[in-house]
Design a protein around this ligand. Structure first.
Ligand code: GLN
Length: 201
């Protein structure tokens, strides 16, 4: 079954996500308008700056439509700033910063601090087969608190941030602190496309 996966195209690595989703057999399209959102089965929210994406979602009249789709059960995958936007609660946000919500977690923005502002490490994600993934973190958030509805599927495994939660799933919504679209390894996108296919029955 071919599923149509939108990539929110307001900021960030839109082309890279479209390419990775296409590699994994999805029909991937950029989403910038409500009628484009209406045409997709699922949505990827790329990294970037969550405060900017929040503002752009409103400027493009997409905030409420995306939120409505999420509440209706649309599968979504958020990377980095996308994780922040899909979190129910955010720490270290700017005044007035809102999230779309959907995942019962509290995330902390720019959590890793100056020492490990941007870093790379190998880690295992539940649901991703064939060995560890190379995870690239760029001024990334981590998940500080996980509510009962959400499930931890990945943590940093070594170094100063060992143990920190960096991947969570709640039903058809997946979030990661890191950027899988920059490595050429499309296994996280494979997992998400599988989630979208399952949701289609
Ligand atoms: N620090 C950014 C934010 O708070 C996220 C960084 C990223 O997406 N690479 O939104």
């Amino acid at each position: 079954m071919t599923v149509t996966v939108g990539v929110l195209a307001l900021q960030g690595d839109v082309r890279e996500h479209v390419a990775a989703l296409t590699t994994e057999g999805a029909h991937a399209v950029p989403v910038r308008r409500e009628r484009e959102l209406d045409a997709v089965d699922a949505l990827v929210i790329p990294g970037g700056e969550s405060t900017t994406i929040d503002k752009l979602l409103r400027a493009f009249d997409l905030f409420e439509p995306v939120q409505r789709r999420l509440r209706d059960g649309m599968p979504a995958y958020g990377s980095c700033a996308g994780m922040i936007l899909l979190a129910d609660r955010v720490l270290g946000g700017i005044e007035g910063q809102q999230t779309l919500g959907g995942v019962d977690v509290t995330v902390r923005r720019n959590a890793f601090g100056r020492q490990v502002d941007s870093f790379e490490t190998d880690l295992t994600i539940e649901g991703v087969d064939d060995g560890p993934l190379h995870a690239v973190f760029i001024r990334a958030p981590w998940v500080e608190e996980v509510g009962p509805a959400a499930e931890v599927v990945g943590r940093v495994e070594s170094g100063p941030a060992a143990g920190r939660i960096v991947a969570v799933r709640q039903g058809p919504v997946l979030v990661t602190s890191f950027h899988p679209e920059v490595t050429g390894d499309t296994r996280v996108h494979r997992l998400f496309v599988e989630i979208v296919r399952e949701s289609q029955g």
